[in-house]
Design a protein around this ligand. Sequence first.
Ligand code: GLN
Length: 274
Amino acid sequence: MTLDEAAKRLADAGIESPRAEARLLLAHALGVTRDETLGAINPTHEQALAFEGLVARRAAREPSAYITGRKEFWSMDFRVGPGVLVPRPDSETLIEEALRIFPNRNAPLRIADLGAGSGILLIAALKEFPNASGIGFELSDAAYPWAKLNAQRLMLDRAEIRHADWGTAPENSFDLIFSNPPYIPAGDIAGLEPDVADHEPHAALDGGADGLDAYRALARLLPRLLKSQGQAILEIGAGQAAEMELLFRDSGLTVRRITPDLAGIPRALVLEKA
Ligand code: GLN
C-alpha cells in the first residue's frame, strides 16, 4: 500500500488529516521518525504488511495514539493504550495556569491529580516544579498501569501513583490539586466522534446526566484535601463555565478565574481554598 493509497483510505473513513496520519502510521510501521519517511523508503514485505494493518485499524477509527502507543503532552512522550483517555492539547491550559499561580518554580509544592488517567497533569507539573512531589489517584484497572508506567519512565520517584479512589486522598495535604474529571453529559457520548465514543473509556468521559456529577463530588472533597490557601485547577467542558460559580458556592472554595484553551473555549477552572 502506497502512502497515497493509505491517505485515500483514511480520507474515505472520515479522518480529518489523512495524509499526516498515514505518514505517522508509516513511520510507526518502519520504526523511524515521521521526517525520515519523507526520503526514499524501501519497506520490507513485513513492514508493508504491518503498515496496511495499522491503516485498517485507523480506518476503523481506533485513535492513532492507541495504535502507536504514545501521545505527546507538554513536550513529553507519554505511553497510552486502550482503557486510558488519550491526552488532549486542551489540557495543557491547566499546566499553564499552574505556572501562573505559582511563579516560584522552586517551590516544594505537594500536588495531587484526581483521576490521573495516563498521569499527564501530575507528571507535566512535576517537570516544571523540580522540588515538588505528588500523588496521582486512578481507580480504573485499565488506566492505572499507564499512569504508573509514565511516572516511572518520566519522573522516577517524585510522582507516586495510587490505584485508589480519589476519596482516599489524605486531608489538608496539598498546595495544588489537578483534575480532568469525566464531564460529558451521558446522553451526548454516543454522538461524539467514533474515535472517542467507540474506543475511549466511558468512565473517563461520562459526567452523568448533566455532565456535572464529578464537580459536585469535587466541591465536597477539594476543601478537605487542600491546605489553607491551596489551589485547585480543574478541566471543564465546553459550555460549562457558567455553571461553576453556582456549583462551588458555599463549598469553601472561591472561583478565581476560568481560562480559555487555544480554541477560545473556557477550559481551566481555578479555585482557591478560602
Ligand atoms: N476532552 C474530552 C473530549 O473532548 C473529554 C474528557 C473529559 O470528559 N474529561 O471528549
